[in-house]
Design a protein around this ligand. Structure first.
Ligand code: IMP
Length: 190
């Protein structure tokens, strides 16, 4: 069965394809003819994930899923949350985002945070939601060179290193996105 995944990131597509398995052929946005940006202006991760999935479904009529992720920091009342990509600027400037996060965390003793992924699936017109969470803490300085986004500032619970210091396999085995995708895969393969 063909399933559109709301991404054009080949790495993400491959990784999710491996988890979902061969019974489903994942198709990128470009491959199904969607080249325009899909608006993501909802106030919640779930809202954005569903807006994207509904957009694809109405354009193509194909079964599809879309995700949205945010870093939720307890001492900042859940910020940057749904605005994680555009925390410091309107663009996706990882360095500026990390600097702003460190600035806002100055003097904060509570470093608890979580990454949360909302994954919206539309299958034969019915809507489903899956969630993946990984808890951890915000470090006082960047550690590691791997990963992307806030990875160098986030240490997952139970690990003595940042996401940016972990192998892609280790990160995927405990990450928010990995967890949400495995829930989706379990559901699809039931
Ligand atoms: P998206 O919904 O996957 O595009 O994620 C939105 C934003 O959250 C990204 O631009 C990153 O800043 C941040 N983010 C999402 N996933 C991760 C991750 O695994 N590590 C670090 N930052 C992430």
């Amino acid at each position: 069965m063909k399933l559109v995944f709301a991404t054009n990131n080949a790495h993400k597509l491959r990784e999710v394809q491996q988890t979902v398995g061969e019974a489903f052929e994942l198709v990128s946005l470009k491959e199904c003819g969607i080249t325009e940006d899909i608006p993501e202006n909802e106030p919640t991760l779930e809202g954005n994930a569903f807006v994207k999935a509904r957009y694809i479904y109405s354009r193509t009529g194909l079964n599809c899923f879309a995700d949205d992720t945010g870093l939720e920091v307890e001492a900042l009342g859940g910020e940057p949350g749904v605005r994680s990509a555009r925390y410091a600027t309107d663009g996706h400037d990882d360095e500026a985002n990390k600097c702003l996060l460190l600035e806002r965390m100055e003097g904060k003793e509570n470093r608890a945070a979580q990454f949360r992924t909302a994954m919206a699936l539309i299958l034969d017109g019915k809507e489903y939601l899956f969630e993946g969470i990984v808890r951890g803490k915000i470090l006082h300085e960047q550690r590691g060179e791997g990963g992307f986004g806030y990875d160098p500032l986030f240490a997952p619970e139970g690990w003595d290193c940042s996401f940016a210091e972990m192998s892609a396999e280790d990160k995927n085995s405990i990450s928010h996105r990995g967890r949400a995708v495995r829930k989706l895969a379990e559901f699809l393969n039931k």
